[in-house]
Design a protein around this ligand. Structure first.
Ligand code: OAD
Length: 263
């Protein structure tokens, strides 16, 4: 028997609701799509993604920073300014609210924004670092950032500040291509995935490793896995809610836990 797309969607929702209602150890694994409805661009969406417009080799590697620190620093300060103006959306709020209904919740994000925290999530694991922190490119000492980013203008060049200790150039506290992920964050994320009974993967293309292993680790260790994405998942065995995270997550939480995440 062939299920219609609507029946498939309802079946997926019913499964996800039951799993969330019974979850004891939930991991919510997020990517850029969770912040898209806050106005923060994703990386790989065809027209609006950052990598459709900018070349990661010129902006997101240590070599790029060595070659043109002002270009790289200006670009990250522009992104920090975008985040500063943005507000958490219904997806971030629903994720934070789910902590009140599931005994254990771990939020693991690939995002470098702070929208999960501003929605009320605690102890968020940032696998790819954060725009809110910076460190010296030479001596790696942390460097405090002014609350207000120095530019709100796209692609404006900006000389990075200097380290007060060694006068080295200050770099953004994000993970660049070719760099290792923060060890403790990765270890804790993998452990949480192994321990989870439900993993919600929200708004990620799942193309960047090792972070992309996380849903697979959870599944291999017996967890249910639900993908929430505007694009249909191309894996046959995945339960997918196709559509916007800001629509699905409040619905899911409400149906599973009888709650309005806004309250
Ligand atoms: P991508 O841009 O690769 O993927 C974003 C995903 O979100 C896509 O699959 C979209 O279909 C989906 N999406 C868009 N809007 C959505 C919405 N409103 N609701 C639900 N889903 C939505 O972003 P990531 O998977 O996060 O790394 O990318 C992973 C890493 O690649 C990033 O952390 C970054 C990048 O290079 C570093 O900077 C190290």
């Amino acid at each position: 028997m062939r299920l219609s797309p609507l029946t498939k969607k309802m079946t997926a929702l019913a499964k996800a609701v039951e799993w969330l209602a019974n979850a004891q150890r939930l991991v919510v694994f997020t990517g850029a799509g969770v912040s898209a409805e806050s106005g923060i661009p994703t990386f790989r969406d065809q027209l609006t993604g950052l990598w459709a417009k900018f070349d990661p080799a010129q902006l997101a590697t240590a070599t790029a920073f060595r070659n043109d620190p002002a270009l790289v620093w200006g670009w990250y300060e522009w992104r920090r300014a975008q985040v500063a103006k943005a507000l958490p959306n219904a997806a971030h709020v629903a994720i934070a609210a789910s902590a009140r209904h599931v005994p254990e919740l771990v939020v693991v994000t690939q995002n470098v924004d702070d929208l999960h925290e501003r929605a009320g999530s605690n102890d968020v694991i940032h696998l790819h670092g954060s725009l809110q922190v910076a460190r010296c490119f030479a001596c790696a000492r942390p460097h405090p950032l002014a609350q207000c980013p120095s530019t709100g203008v796209e692609a404006s060049r900006l000389e990075p500040p200097r380290c007060t200790h060694c006068n080295g150039k200050i770099r953004p506290g994000v993970v660049w291509f070719g760099e290792d992920l923060p060890e403790t964050a990765l270890r804790t994320a993998f452990k949480s995935a192994r321990n989870a009974d439900l993993l919600l993967s929200v708004g990620t293309s799942g193309l960047v490793y090792p972070a992309a292993c996380i849903p697979e680790i959870a599944r291999e260790n017996g967890a249910r896995v639900v993908h929430i994405n505007t694009e249909p998942a191309d894996t046959k065995d995945a339960t997918t809610l196709t559509g916007r995270a800001g629509e699905w997550l409040p619905k899911l939480l409400d149906a599973a836990c009888g709650t309005d995440p806004g309250n």
